[in-house]
Design a protein around this ligand. Structure first.
Ligand SMILES: Nc1ncnc2c1ncn2[C@@H]1O[C@H](COP(=O)(O)OP(=O)(O)OP(=O)(O)O)[C@@H](O)[C@H]1O
Ligand SMILES: [Mg+2]
Length: 297
């Protein structure tokens, strides 16, 4: 199972769009997927149109019991193969700015229970879990970084968004060093690119200077179809316009990259707080995919 946190510490750059686009590509490819809506705005829940559930992520994070987990997951309205762990406004109350280790571990524990429930119910396991994060670095985003094995950073090719991705990358490094040595940055995906914009090209070059090969070769174009498909609560792959097809193709490539990333075993660090943390690798490199970016001081 690949567990991918989709994050950016800047709002409105396309985290939800990327989570939904990957879910759409997964649906097309027959990859069983769970979207976990960690954002109190509940945008991904709204677009995926699950049935009404008796529980939400709020209840799951408070008490990840099997029956609560079952009650909070619904098939999406998109079709078989994409489910939603539904979001709730109330999770804002759980977005503690300085959470304890046990609070940070609750999402990871909940995802373990999801897996146990699927096994107990004789359902095949999810192959992909997408964590749609809110635009802040509180308990919700950090718990996603503790639960995930991959972090996908989203940015727009603008000055403020680039600095947001730097902060997000620092958050990934910090969570990796402190609580989740299995976490790897999957890369930086640049969204809303207009190929003829010199400013966009300048910012993409800047990102490549800072993050090197972590910047995904596939960028997501700025297309009205994205907003239209979301407004109609449809997967982008079913929105039949040239712009939608272009974006859908980019998401196919992005999904292929996500699935190619080697899955590493997750260590439930939050269950064993007294265990000595593993020493950092000598060269600071966790896998061939990981490269220290040249963050400006
Ligand atoms: N590639 C794109 N082309 C056109 N519009 C886009 C694209 N990506 C995102 N948008 C639009 O930009 C807006 C913000 O996108 P989205 O909600 O995905 O961002 P977000 O990072 O999840 O926001 P938040 O921080 O509020 O959670 C939405 O209206 C979305 O439809
Ligand atoms: Mg969002």
């Amino acid at each position: 199972m690949h567990t991918v946190a989709v994050l950016s510490l800047k709002g409105g750059v396309g985290k939800t769009t990327v989570a939904l686009g990957l879910a759409s590509a997964a649906l097309r490819r027959g990859v069983r997927t769970l979207v976990v809506d960690l954002d109190p705005q509940c945008n991904s829940t709204a677009t995926l149109e699950p049935q009404e559930t008796a529980a939400t992520l709020f209840h799951v994070l408070q008490s990840p019991k099997p029956d609560t987990v079952r009650a909070a997951i619904s098939p999406s309205g998109w079709g078989e193969g994409v489910d939603v762990l539904v979001g709730a406004e109330e999770v804002e109350g759980l977005n503690h700015p300085d959470p304890s280790l046990s609070k940070l571990g609750r999402l990871g524990r909940a995802l373990e229970v999801v897996h146990e429930v699927r096994t107990a119910d004789d359902e095949p396991p999810y192959q992909l879990v997408l964590l749609d994060c809110p635009p802040s670095l509180g308990q919700l985003t950090r718990s996603a970084l503790v639960a995930a094995d991959r972090a996908l950073l989203v940015t727009e090719p603008t000055m403020f968004a680039v600095s947001g991705v730097q902060r997000a990358f620092e958050a990934v490094q910090s969570e990796r060093a402190e609580h989740n040595p299995d976490l790897q940055p999957l890369g930086v995906v640049v969204n809303r690119v207009r190929p003829r914009s010199h400013e966009h090209q300048f910012r993409i070059d800047e990102l490549r200077e800072i993050f090197g090969p972590l910047v995904m070769p596939v960028a997501l174009p700025d297309r009205l179809a994205v907003q239209q498909a979301q407004g109609a609560c449809m997967p982008i792959h079913l929105w039949n316009t040239p712009g939608a097809r272009e974006v859908a193709l980019a998401f196919n490539l992005l999904l292929a990259r996500v699935l190619r990333a080697t899955r590493r075993r997750q260590r439930p660090v939050y269950e064993e707080p007294e265990v000595e943390p593993e020493p950092e690798p000598q060269d600071g490199v966790g896998s061939p995919q990981f490269m220290e970016p040249h963050l400006p001081s």
